[in-house]
Design a protein around this ligand. Structure first.
Ligand code: AMP
Length: 387
């Protein structure tokens, strides 16, 4: 069975999710609200999604018979984590429609394939070179110049598996640092800001987007997202148009996020694709008529896509494990901001850099909301600094 124009999957049906992190958790909460059952498959137990799912199947993604058995018990399969082996998506597709389809996963989980797809379809990216082995690196550095960024071809996220090369003498250090495996070298983009468009495409080609969000990173990890930044409407229109083009070209059925670098001269370049709901769309859970998670469900189930209008201006800040360094954050103090929505993902182990939760704050405009959200997060740790 394959994805395509297919029957509507109605409430009461069971949706299987490959992956079990916070994206799956928020998907499950949305799906259960609409009367669906949700199953998750991943190597972990007591996972963020497993805690709120109807069934938590524990298995290895490479155990294709376990994946097939999982898929046989659900009405459709989607994923919340793109680094699921392509073969697992193919094994699942023998038993249930997999949306988005395995081709999207195959392209988005490998930087070289992703870049090749974007370039061949005419989308702008940073200049790049394929670096299959160490020998290819020196030539690539001399052609792209420094600074440039060496990235692992597969299984990288949040800046993991990346090295900024400032001089050709760093080639060896960079190669070792990313694990001495197949890589992509990118020219360094001197961007003004990073933006993203989270969008959905239904099985009939219907398209809906969540507008443009500005994303501010810290140590390569998303820190703050502000929907609807004050940018030239032509830039916003062009980012949304490109996102539409990407979803159409990949024939996505589901949600996909396109991340862009925006140059000072207004030039947009696509940095990455994430074929699932995205951290920069978390604001939609509280601030939109339809969230990105419900939208994924609607697309996967061939239901009409929901209205993405904002209920109020908002901003989102991530809560990383670092906040737990001196003990439990002071939730009560943060919640004194009555227009703040706290999301915690049920993760027991608060390691530095680990996404433990987020907060969405409302205000009269996005910048004000961001300032309030950052202030509220500051108060979470203020208690520890005082003591
Ligand atoms: P990525 O995992 O590829 O999204 O990279 C994580 C972050 O590293 C991005 O959000 C940027 O802030 C930075 N970065 C990645 N690639 C480049 C590049 N080619 N030029 C400049 N900064 C980059």
């Amino acid at each position: 069975m394959s994805a395509g124009k297919s029957r509507v999957i109605l409430p009461g049906a069971t949706i299987g999710v490959l992956g079990s992190g916070q994206l799956g958790r928020m998907f499950a909460l949305s799906a259960r609200r609409m009367g669906y059952r949700v199953h998750t498959f991943s190597p972990g137990d007591d996972t963020p999604m497993g805690q709120v799912a109807d069934r938590e199947a524990v298995g290895d993604y490479n155990d294709l018979s376990a994946v097939a058995e999982f898929a046989a018990r659900v009405d459709a399969v989607t994923f919340e984590f793109e680094n699921v082996p392509f073969e697992a998506a193919a094994a699942a597709a023998e038993h249930a429609p997999v949306r988005p389809g395995g081709r999207v996963l195959h392209i988005a989980q490998h930087r070289q394939r992703e870049k090749d797809f974007l370039a061949s379809a005419g989308f702008p990216t940073a200049p790049f070179e394929h670096v299959p082995d160490r020998a290819a690196l020196d030539g690539a550095i001399s052609r792209l110049g420094t600074p440039c960024v060496l990235k692992t071809a597969g299984f990288g996220y949040d800046g993991k598996g990346q090295f900024v090369i400032k001089s050709p003498t760093q080639a060896d250090a960079a190669w070792q640092s990313i694990g001495a495996g197949e890589a992509v070298l990118e020219g360094f983009v001197d961007f003004d800001c990073e933006i993203s468009v989270v969008a959905a495409r239904g099985s009939d080609g219907e398209f809906a987007h969540f507008g443009v969000t500005e994303n501010r990173h810290r140590d390569h990890i998303l820190d703050v997202s502000i929907p609807d930044p004050d940018l030239d409407p032509a830039i916003i229109g062009s980012a949304i148009e490109m996102a539409h083009g990407v979803l159409d070209a990949l024939e996505v059925v589901g949600v996909l996020c396109v991340e862009f670098f925006l140059g000072a001269d207004g030039t947009l370049r696509i940095n990455e694709l994430a074929p699932r709901p995205h951290n920069s769309g978390h604001f939609s859970f509280d601030a939109c008529v339809t969230s990105q998670f419900e939208q994924q469900l609607r697309a996967v189930c061939s239901l009409p896509l929901g209205d993405t209008r904002r209920l109020r201006p908002s901003a989102m800040v991530n809560l990383l494990g670092d906040l737990w360094a001196d003990g439990l954050p002071d939730w009560q103090v943060a919640l004194q901001d009555r227009a703040l929505k706290l999301h915690l993902y049920g993760k027991a182990d608060a390691r530095p850099g680990r996404k433990m939760g987020h907060m969405t704050v409302f205000a009269d405009d996005g910048e004000q909301a961001a300032a309030r959200a950052i202030a509220a997060r500051g108060r979470l740790i203020a208690r520890h600094q005082r003591s």
